[in-house]
Design a protein around this ligand. Structure first.
Ligand code: GDP
Length: 424
């Protein structure tokens, strides 16, 4: 069976933990989109890890980790990540990389930086890892696919052609030094050497695995609201964050994705710019940020402090719907244990009207949160394993959210560890 683990919100919902946990029963874990611009934080018996490119299954010796064609593959980062986990005592994982995945080039990273400099204050809050220039090139059909590394003559020609166009922009828009075809070719040959042992026809591999009845997990990066089509455009990422894209980014039939587990955090956080209706500020936000996640709400890749807010029923309901959710995993609930009262956003007021429907960006910018305050449970719920053992107000909070978002919460995460989970 194929299951997807995806985010309902702006990312950082705790997908890494849920994937790691479900990975116990999985044979194969697949990354299908995104690049090294975001990360998952995973806490397990080996220690604490921030993964950016590797799927969260790399810690199990029974799983194969797959990088699907939909990913923005930064090869040096992948190599560092493999080395990093092996150095910390994790057995060398089984890794397969799609022969159709495209590579993030050094100039993509440069273009990302130059564009952010050029836009100055009007930037999109890029992490400058080359993701937007990478996907632009992919769809402009001037990207490099891993399979192309193995045809050196064709590659040489293509490199010449691409340097020509890149250099026009470098010189005239950014006023920077041009890139040299021989350097780019050498870069590609280095990538070839590094990646060759892992290259595989991933869609054929997965097709066979499905036929053999293997358990496959698709692991999404970021969340619904960062999807380029259905998110808060243009403050989005450059590849689809939706479970549906899992079929494309892994190369499997869409009807094989039987379960879509949408991870939803018990409060909100976001990185980068863009409307964030239930955002809070000042001491209230600082306290939640400090207590949030596992050691505070700071970016796994960038270390940036995340923007904080209360749970947003409007955004989460939409986020779950657009994912095609079958199950909600409600995470980081333990963090709210310090509160006497918990505000929840239950509607958006836009031009004097209250709605539960998540709007497009121009309306979203005008939305004001309609809040409702629920009583807190004011105690530590870590270690609880049965739903009935949760404090009454905590169950009421979960049931309130479930009613508002209209999708079943079947898993509740009350701590960062693999076993901190309550099935319902
Ligand atoms: P991802 O990108 O969706 O995987 O999210 P992150 O890597 O940002 O994960 C969120 C953080 O919360 C990580 O530091 C996790 O270890 C931590 N985390 C996940 N689930 C829980 C939970 O239920 N409780 C607490 N306290 N921390 C959690």
């Amino acid at each position: 069976m194929v299951k997807a683990v995806v985010g309902a919100n702006w990312g950082d919902e705790g997908k890494g933990k849920i994937t790691d946990m479900l990975g116990k029963e999985a044979d194969i874990i697949v990354r299908f989109q995104g690049g090294a611009n975001a990360g998952h934080t995973i806490v397990n018996d080996y220690g604490k890890f921030a993964l950016h490119t590797l799927p969260s299954g790399v810690f199990y010796d029974h799983t194969t980790s797959v990088i699907g064609n939909g990913v923005a593959l930064n090869i040096p980062t992948l190599m560092e990540e493999i080395k990093g986990i092996v150095d910390q005592g994790v057995p060398m994982p089984k890794i397969k990389v799609s022969d159709r995945v495209q590579m993030v080039m050094s100039y993509h990273i440069l273009f990302d930086q130059y564009e952010e400099e050029r836009l100055a204050g009007k930037s999109f809050g890029s992490t400058k890892s080359g993701i937007a220039p990478f996907y632009s090139d992919k769809y402009a059909k001037i990207g490099f696919q891993v399979s192309e590394l193995f045809d050196e003559n064709a590659l040489r020609e293509k490199v010449e052609r691409i340097c020509e166009t890149k250099n026009v922009v470098l010189e005239h828009l950014y006023h920077k030094d041009p890139i040299r075809p021989e350097d780019i070719f050498e870069e590609l040959m280095n990538y070839k050497e590094m990646i060759a042992p892992y290259v595989c026809d991933v869609s054929a591999f997965l097709w066979n695995a499905i036929k053999e009845g293997k358990e496959i997990l698709l692991e999404g990066q970021l969340g619904s609201l960062k999807d380029p089509d259905h998110g808060i455009y243009p403050m989005v990422t450059s590849s689809s964050t939706l479970a549906a894209y899992g079929a494309i980014g892994a190369g499997i039939p869409p009807y094989e994705i039987k379960k879509i587990i949408t991870v939803c955090k018990a409060y909100s956080s976001a990185v980068g710019a863009g409307a964030f209706v239930s955002e809070i500020f000042g001491e209230e936000a600082d306290e939640l940020r400090r207590r949030g996640g596992d050691g505070g709400e700071y970016g796994a890749t960038t270390g940036r402090p995340r923007r904080m807010g209360w749970f947003d029923c409007v955004a989460s309901k939409y986020g779950c719907r657009i994912q095609g959710t079958t199950d909600v995993a409600f995470t980081v609930l333990d963090v709210l244990g310090y509160l006497e009262e918990i505000p929840v956003c239950v509607g958006y007021e836009i031009d004097g009207e209250v709605t539960m429907d998540f709007p497009t960006t121009s309306k979203l910018q005008k939305a004001k949160p309609v809040m409702e305050v629920l009583p807190g449970w004011n105690c530590d719920i870590r270690g609880i394993r049965k739903y009935e053992d949760l404090p009454e107000n905590c169950r009421k909070y979960i049931e309130f959210v479930e009613e508002k978002i209209e999708f079943p919460i079947t898993m509740i995460s009350n701590g960062p560890g693999r076993n901190d989970i309550i099935y319902r």
